[in-house]
Design a protein around this ligand. Structure first.
Ligand SMILES: C[S@@+](CC[C@H](N)C(=O)[O-])C[C@H]1O[C@@H](n2cnc3c(N)ncnc32)[C@H](O)[C@@H]1O
Length: 261
């Protein structure tokens, strides 16, 4: 199961000759963009992920947020949080999270590092959450096993149904003649978690927001992801219109959860 996941994910790799042309990291995430997402989640806390964390969190309890980014999945629980433990490979993301946690008065411990590598020096929490991280994780079984091992009550995952870069697939074919994979999907994540012995429950919905507010925003992102120079943004816009890709349909988001006892 885990080997299949690893192999399917590896097929998303960008061919070396294309990656060599990239001026910026095609897989990079912008802390500023994620901070906007967190601010929206704080202004209007909602959704099944928040509800599933809240119902397992004792008053004043702790949450471990792995791949926390700027805190979109955990900071909306601020009112009942006794401690937030945030793990991320990106110090830039954690800096945005830190300033928001301070404003909200949430006691915070941060660890810069890759999960599960930093698991041994991470404290156990009541609830462990990882939102929009697993498609970045080749060693999924170890990632999930350590998450469960660090949750006294419940593990909650949030993820898109398909790989989050799937919306770009027609543009990969158009600009590079490359057919991108269909797998893995959320159903593979469920299978890996079940193989670890968990009874996985899930809830799905449309993403609360569309990916891009404007075609210009889309083109900027697509140029980076496709390793195209930013000057080709107009070409990307023309292709998006011709391929009938605008507006980009909203993703389906899944919340998965299981009890860790
Ligand atoms: C798409 S962002 C999601 C951030 C946040 N959870 C949210 O829902 O807005 C993914 C984050 O996970 C981090 N990340 C990816 N793989 C990781 C890993 N194995 N261990 C720790 N952090 C990871 C990235 O640096 C990034 O901040």
């Amino acid at each position: 199961m885990d080997e299949r996941w690893r192999a399917d994910l590896a097929l998303w790799g960008i061919p070396d000759e294309i990656a060599a042309r990239a001026r910026t990291n095609p897989w990079g995430h912008s802390p500023a963009r994620f901070a906007e997402r967190t601010d929206r989640a704080l202004a209007e806390p909602e959704g099944p992920t928040r509800a599933r964390i809240a119902e397992a969190l004792p008053e004043g309890g702790s949450v471990l947020d792995v791949g926390a980014g700027t805190g979109a999945a955990s900071l909306p629980l601020a009112a009942s949080l006794g401690e937030l433990i945030a793990v991320d490979t990106s110090a830039g993301m954690l800096a945005e999270l830190e300033s928001r946690a301070a404003d909200l008065g949430v006691p915070l411990r941060t660890l810069v590092g890759r999960w599960p590598d930093v698991a041994a020096r991470t404290p156990v929490a009541d609830v462990a959450v990882a939102a929009h991280v697993v498609y970045n994780v080749p060693d999924l079984a170890a990632f999930l096993a350590e998450l469960s091992g660090h949750a006294r009550a419940r593990v909650v995952l949030e993820l898109t149904e398909r790989h989050p870069m799937s919306w770009l697939n027609p543009l990969w074919a158009h600009f590079h003649g490359i057919v991108r994979p269909e797998r893995p999907t959320v159903h593979d994540v469920i299978a890996v978690a079940e193989a670890l012995g968990h009874r996985v429950r899930h809830e799905e919905r449309l993403a609360p927001l569309s990916r891009f507010a404007t075609l210009e925003e889309l083109a900027e992102s697509a140029c980076r992801r496709l390793c195209l120079d930013a000057e080709r943004a107009d070409e990307v816009v023309a292709a998006v219109v011709r391929l009938d890709m605008w507006p980009v349909p909203r993703d389906r988001w899944f919340t998965l959860w299981w009890e860790s006892k």
